[in-house]
Design a binder for this molecule. Structure first.
Ligand code: PEP
Ligand code: MG
Length: 884
């Protein structure tokens, strides 16, 4: 087996594309060496050796030793030094480096090969005894912690005590003799703790260090990081063994890190920090304050410590040229580490630089304008989900957060406010100019005014498609749902968080709808900035994509917001949501609770003008763009009054005995409302509802067409169809009303009648349903619910457990289940088009705003995706990336 790849002196056995074998660091060291850049010679032990290590009881393969020894010989020849030599010793760094970057998670040992003899030789050879002893103590400290497993605090304490005793502030002030003294204390401590002396044999040191780096792949830190970032356990880490170069060789030496562009703003300027007379870990450890690399950054920071540019102009010039070269070569921002040893520059690492969403945007645009990358590449480089950061206020990451609970990230953005427990309290507080977070167990249509008044919404129950989540997303209000670790005590007006922490009404909390966290108190925020770069990327994305992006909008407000985000029509107007506003809920309840057709018709007559004016507004705002209006689909439990007080109120409004109303509510009670009397079933039981809605739509179309002069072509959608006959029946009502209205108005209106595909039966019978339906829109919320048989409102309680236990990878209500639900969509699209080949196909479930799901939609050739207004830019970008 080939375990080792070497590099150095302008050549390398591996290259940048070998990340899987060499890990990120190893692959890029090889690449830099091949480019002829100054890289200390070294070798990389492949990631498969790590796998072997774990498969064989944490041992190393026998033939690895020989290969490493051969590699070491080559390094010795290139440096003119010998490992363990008593005159000119070669010292080594031993570093981890996995396929995915896992910053600081695994271990590193520097200055390996030092012992009581080689330290003397090193000092003599460099003509600097202090440097040699400083390196030796660093080695013992690191080796002691990483390989011998001692607490690094033990060494820190000794060092602090001795520094105080010698009267020094900084490590750099210790003399050779003083370091020797510290070292003797280190060694004594190790012997005391472990019962054996610090190992003097460089080969023993090396092999134990290699094993320790492999072992660090499974330390707790790294395991947690991997789980959080979905990095497979099986990948393993490579080990890089490299000749040491010394940034701690006096004041002509330094070490630092830099980004080729500013990683937080994206500005095209070298950005970084360094320390004189130091080794890499000092920069990270923050013992001394690092200095700016460029003079411009130094001036900007107001520091009086000289920049690298001033201090070591030659090394700086070379460094800057290398940074430019690396950026051009990799065609992306690089994050580099370097060391300057007595004026000579060495590159120790390069990798793609992590950046904020804002910086990513700027860098992509700049690089496209510089012709370093194409416009398509620029579009492809922006993580669609990161646009959330740009469209909403976000929590400033520079400040600490006190997490008191967490739930699902239901609607992005962060918000701060006083806790209130009822919508009335929210409205009242808002009218007094106070900002509130509405905290509920779950929300219902009655809470709409409270939700509107609130800065953010927190529920302890419900999933990503619960009432609170869907409505909040539509409104663009931050929302966390299903915060099961928290408890609401409505009677006592208390919110009980992690560890029993109890908050009262009026206490301030912050919710982060992008992460699902709930935080105590007020937290500093960053405001959204839709800079010119954002617009540029969107323009390029729009040019690249094939699918159209529509929005799910229920109100004129939503529609306007969505237009400003670039929506190209409405893919779903949930008409039942139009009744959440103001007094309309009462009329809606009257309609639902009406005893017979007559009562229902009376309530419907009141609803008609409201619907008509809303629809007319939507048509006008969309000005000729397609508008899909869905017939009423209210899961009844969302609309029924529950408490005695609510019943009394509705009874009063309806002029009905509360006890009678209670009976009526009880009669309407369903055990499984999501599978109950909703969708087209309601229109079939009570066709007068469908008739009223159709009339409102057609009359609005007439009004809007007259007003705007642009033709309006309503797309009317029938929900929850499973049988063709269901659609036929409802379509019959719609067609009848259409001809009535056209006759009354003396005007022809073109319109389409289509259906949602949100039940498995509908998907399987799509070819038959397509005979009656002129378009399909995939309702993937219900399709997921009914395919899995998992209630969308109750799923969060156990789906998080499923995820934790690895039963499922992700929540299928957030990102489409390609294998099951996706298969049904594929079948329906194919069968539907077989019957009607020009049939328009879209998706309007929450998945329409999820990048991975959007890729799937592109793959199977849907015509459009529809998502909540604030996700429209994300969908535009994701649709473009899917098409590129
Ligand atoms: C769906 O089921 O995916 C859908 C869009 O409809 P609703 O969420 O209103 O049930
Ligand atoms: Mg549905």
């Amino acid at each position: 087996t080939r375990w080792v790849y070497t590099f150095g002196n302008g050549a390398a056995e591996g290259r940048a594309s070998d990340v899987d074998i060499l890990g990120g660091k190893g692959a890029n060291l090889a690449e830099m060496a091949s480019l002829g850049l100054p890289v200390p010679p070294g070798l990389t032990i492949v990631t498969q050796a790590c796998t072997w290590f774990y498969e064989n009881g944490r041992t190393l393969p026998a033939d690895l030793k020989l290969q490493v020894q051969q590699g070491l010989r080559a390094m010795e020849d290139m440096t003119g030094r010998r490992f363990g030599d008593k005159r000119q010793p070669l010292l080594l760094s031993v570093r981890s480096g996995s396929r995915a970057s896992m910053p600081g998670m695994m271990d590193t040992v520097l200055n390996l090969g030092l012992n009581d003899e080689t330290v003397q030789a090193l000092g003599h050879d460099a003509g600097d005894a202090r440097f040699a002893w400083d390196s030796y103590r660093r080695f013992i400290q690191m080796y002691g912690a990483v390989v011998l497993g001692l607490d690094h605090e033990v060494f820190e304490e000794i060092l602090e005590d001795e520094k105080a005793r010698f009267g020094h502030e900084y490590d750099t002030e210790l003399s050779a003799v003083e370091w020797q003294h510290v070292i003797s204390l280190y060694k004594a401590t190790i012997e005391e703790e472990l019962g054996e002396p610090f190992p003097q044999d460089p080969n023993v040191q090396l092999w134990r260090a290699v094993a320790a780096v492999f072992a660090s792949w499974q330390n707790a830190r790294a395991s947690i990081y991997r789980r959080l970032h979905n990095i497979p356990e099986a990948w393993g880490t490579a080990v890089n063994i490299q000749a040491m170069v010394f940034g701690n060789l006096g004041n002509g030496s330094a070490t630092g890190v830099a980004f080729t562009r500013n990683p937080s703003t994206g500005e095209s300027e070298l950005y970084g920090e360094f320390l004189v007379n130091a080794q890499g870990e000092d920069v990270v450890a923050g013992i001394r304050t690092p200095q700016s690399i460029t003079e411009a950054a130094r001036i900007a920071s107001g520091s009086d410590k000289p920049s690298l540019e001033k201090l070591m102009p030659e090394a700086f010039a070379e460094f800057r040229a290398i940074c430019t070269r690396l950026e051009t070569h990799y065609r992306d921002v690089q994050d580099v580490e370097f060391t300057i040893e007595r004026g000579k520059l060495w590159m120790l690492q390069t990798r793609a630089g992590k950046r904020t969403a804002k910086a990513a945007m700027r860098i992509a645009v700049d690089m496209a304008l510089e012709r370093l990358i194409s416009e398509d590449e620029a579009v492809a480089r922006i993580e669609p989900a990161s646009l959330d950061q740009l469209l909403h206020p976000t929590i400033d990451p520079r400040f600490d957060r006190t997490v008191i609970g967490s739930g699902l990230p239901a609607s992005p953005g962060a918000a701060t406010g006083e806790i209130v427990f009822t919508s009335e309290q929210a409205v009242e507080a808002e009218s007094e100019g106070r900002k509130v977070i509405l905290v509920r167990i779950e929300t219902s249509p009655e809470d709409i005014h409270g939700m509107h008044a609130a800065e953010g919404i927190l529920t302890t129950r419900g999933g990503m498609t619960s009432h609170a989540a869907v409505v909040a997303r539509g409104m663009g209000i931050p929302c966390v749902t299903g915060a099961g670790t928290m408890r609401v005590d409505l009677r006592g007006e208390k919110l009980i968080g992690l560890g029993g922490l109890t908050l009262e009404k009026g206490d301030i909390i912050t919710i982060d709808g992008s992460s699902g966290q709930v935080l105590k108190g007020e937290v500093p925020m960053l405001q959204p900035e839709l800079s010119g770069d954002f617009g540029r990327i969107m323009e390029w994305a729009d040019r690249a994509r094939r699918m159209t992006v529509r929005t799910n909008a229920d109100t004129p407000q939503d529609a306007r917001a969505a237009r400003s985000f670039g929506a190209e029509g409405i893919g779903l107007c949930r008409t039942e949501h139009m009744f959440f506003e103001g007094d309309r809920i009462h009329v809606m309840r009257e309609m639902i609770l009406a005893e017979g057709e007559e009562g229902r018709r009376a309530a419907l007559a009141k609803l008609l003008p409201m619907q008509r004016s809303d629809f007319a507004a939507l048509f006008t705002i969309m000005h000729g763009l397609p508008v899909t209006i869905r017939m009423l689909d209210p899961p009844l439990h969302e609309f029924l009054p529950k408490s005695d007080a609510e019943i009394a109120e509705v009874a009063l409004a309806m002029g009905m005995e509360p006890s009678l109303l209670r009976q009526r509510v009880d009669a309407l009670h369903e055990f499984n409302p999501m599978l109950g009397h909703r969708g087209c079933r309601l229109a079939i039981s009570y066709p007068e509802i469908a008739e009223m809605q159709a009339r409102a739509i057609f009359e609005a179309a007439v009004d809007a067409a007259r007003e705007t002069g642009a033709p309006v072509v309503p797309e009317i959608m029938v929900p929850l169809v499973g049988l063709r006959s269901e659609l036929d029946y409802v379509k019959g009502c719609i067609d009848r009303v259409a001809s009535d209205v056209m006759a009354e108005a003396g005007m022809r209106i073109d319109y389409l009648v289509g259906t949602m595909i949100e039940l498995p039966r509908a998907a399987l019978r799509a070819h038959i349903i397509a005979e009656a339906a002129e378009f399909f829109s995939f309702g993937t919320n219900d399709l997921t619910q009914t395919t899995f048989g998992i209630s969308r409102d109750d799923a969060s309680a156990f789906l998080t457990t499923y995820q934790r236990k690895g039963i499922i990878e992700h929540d299928p209500f957030i990102s489409l289940d390609f294998d099951g639900v996706g298969e049904l969509i594929r079948i329906a699209a194919e069968r539907g088009r077989r019957t009607r080949n020009d049939m328009k196909l879209g998706i309007c479930g929450e998945h329409g705003g999820d990048p991975a799901s959007i890729h799937f939609c592109e793959e199977i050739g849907l015509d459009y995706v529809s998502c909540s207004p604030f996700r429209v830019p994300i969908a535009r970008l994701a649709a473009a990336q899917a098409a590129i």
